[in-house]
Design a protein around this ligand. Structure first.
Ligand code: NAD
Ligand code: UDX
Length: 454
């Protein structure tokens, strides 16, 4: 069997590498229009940072895993074509700022139709609005070509930073297919691929529309938990409750569960905001205004939380940060990735810079992306070494929960900073009592401040 995947990004690269590793009898060709990205996949400097990914790629690359820019040839040769291109939020026209921009997906569908000379299974790997398969089938079957395409929905649930373990041992794989004979045959083909390493009971099958909608719903539910605990974090700060204790107490209720209850400066990443906006837009399209408003609130709360963090910095530092050096530790949207898409650090740093602070950003993997994200902001510096970033700083803000920040020498950092030395822990990863003992003014999310100034 030959598989081709169009789109060699955060999803296409790792998912195909895992299929190639687990199914040595299947030839896997990953293609992309971005030649630089493809060249990086062919080297040992992969285009994305993901723990354990290089080892998986190295095991299969050249054996049954290949990367190429020859998209047409890869499509022609394939029995199964995964489409894993980006589906960002539309920035223009109808639905701008909310709907998914499907132009990359549709271009792929047209290309598949134009170059194919044999029947194929087309797998939606990208996250798409419910009923996209319907539109794509019409594009694929337009004209008089005697080639049949069977469209399946197989949304990807991996999280960045843990992609390899998520792919190796997923909670579930979801495959949606049509309830026709050819739909069920195609569905079984994909089930068999995943069954090479995933227990059959974790491979869920459904109709195409349920699979498409389940992906948007899963992300909306996960993000909703983060916004819910962040809403409670503000109340904790006002009442001397501790959000970590509240989260622990409610998380032990098996009906609630303990995951995704970490209060933070806000959720980021390329998926949550985009997918919820898309869900809300879909609800509007079907005239479901209350449901749309409900989901929109999850995004609004997240934006409020990011903004609130900056307001806390400003108000605690005597309402002026102009000219003050502020060290920001962590720019990636979460730990163990270099990805900065929709990272809360972007808006936080821009707002700090607009208050004329001198912002010095450090991150173990995301500095290149940070420089691109902040290319149009002034007063921003980048520093690999966190100990250099904090020299003469009035404040230190933790924006990503990198492990390395948990074990820094905070006495050394305190000594290097201006006094009073402010510390804002946007991820609640540090020992706040110990920091306060050192002499810091400590502010965290959802906990009372620890100060020496009153
Ligand atoms: P990405 O931007 O990293 O990768 C997409 C790739 O597709 C790019 O390299 C781009 O050059 C390529 N591409 C675009 N149009 C093309 C075309 N016409 N022909 C060939 N290549 C083309 O995006 P991503 O993060 O991998 O996300 C892809 C999809 O998966 C999105 O729909 C996203 O919502 C979904 N998803 C992402 C994640 C994640 O963690 N990033 C997780 C689950 C699902
Ligand atoms: C998410 C989904 O988890 C994944 O299933 C889907 O396929 C893609 O979108 P990802 O965005 O890569 O994955 O990372 P995730 O671990 O979900 O974190 C998203 C954001 O929420 C990060 O900014 C993270 O720091 C934040 N978060 C997460 C919190 O603030 N608190 C939490 O308790 C959990």
């Amino acid at each position: 069997m030959k598989i081709c995947c169009i789109g060699a990004g955060y999803v296409g690269g790792p998912t195909m590498a895992m299929i190639a590793k687990k199914c040595p009898e299947i030839d896997v060709m990953v293609v992309d229009i971005n030649a630089e990205r493809i060249a990086a996949w062919q080297s040992d400097e992969l285009p994305i940072y993901e723990p354990g990914l290089l080892e998986v790629v190295q095991e299969a690359r050249g054996r049954n895993l290949f990367f190429s820019t020859d998209i047409d040839e890869a499509i022609r040769a394939a029995d199964v074509v995964f489409v894993s291109v980006n589906t960002p939020t539309k920035t223009f026209g109808e639905g701008a700022g909310r709907a998914s921009d499907l132009q990359y997906w549709e271009l792929c569908a047209r290309r598949i139709k134009d170059v194919s000379t044999s029947d194929k299974i087309i797998v939606e790997k990208s996250t798409l609005p419910v009923r996209t398969a319907d539109a794509m089938e019409r594009v694929l079957h337009a004209g008089d070509k005697q080639v049949h395409f069977e469209v399946l929905s197989n949304p990807e649930f991996l999280a960045e930073g843990t992609a390899i373990s998520d792919l190796e041992s997923p909670d579930r794989v979801l495959i949606g297919g049509h309830e026709t004979e050819s739909g069920q045959v195609a569905l079984q083909t994909l089930v068999d691929i995943y069954a090479s390493w995933i227990p059959r009971e974790r491979i869920l099958t459904s109709n195409v529309w349920s699979a498409e909608l389940s992906k948007l719903t899963a992300n909306a539910f996960l993000a909703q938990r983060v916004s819910s605990i962040n809403a409670i974090s503000q109340l904790c700060e006002a009442t001397e409750a501790n959000v970590a204790e509240v989260a622990h107490a409610i998380g032990t209720d098996s009906r609630i569960g303990s995951k995704f209850l970490k209060a933070s400066v806000g959720f980021g990443g390329s998926c949550f905001k985009k997918d919820i906006l898309n869900l809300a837009y879909l609800c509007e399209t079907y005239g479901l205004h209350e449901a749309a408003a409900y989901w929109q609130q999850v995004v609004d709360m997240n934006e409020f939380q990011q903004n609130r963090f900056v307001k806390t910095i400003l108000s605690s530092m005597f309402n002026t940060i102009a000219g003050k050096r502020i060290a920001v530790l962590g720019f990636a949207f979460k730990a163990d990735t270099g990805d900065t898409r929709e990272s809360p650090a972007i808006s936080v740093c821009k707002e700090l810079a607009s208050e004329q602070a001198q912002v010095v950003i450090s991150d173990p993997k995301a500095l290149d992306n940070a420089e691109k994200d902040l290319a149009d902001a002034t007063g921003i510096m980048f520093e690999e070494d966190p100990y250099e970033a904090v020299v003469d700083a009035h404040a230190l803000a933790i924006l990503t929960e990198w492990d390395v920040y948990k074990t820094l020498d905070y006495q050394r950092i305190f000594d290097a900073m201006e006094k009073p030395a402010f510390l804002f822990d946007g991820r609640n990863i540090l020992d706040h009592t110990a920091l306060h003992k050192i002499g810091f003014e400590v502010y965290s999310i959802g906990k009372g401040r620890l100060t020496h100034l009153d």
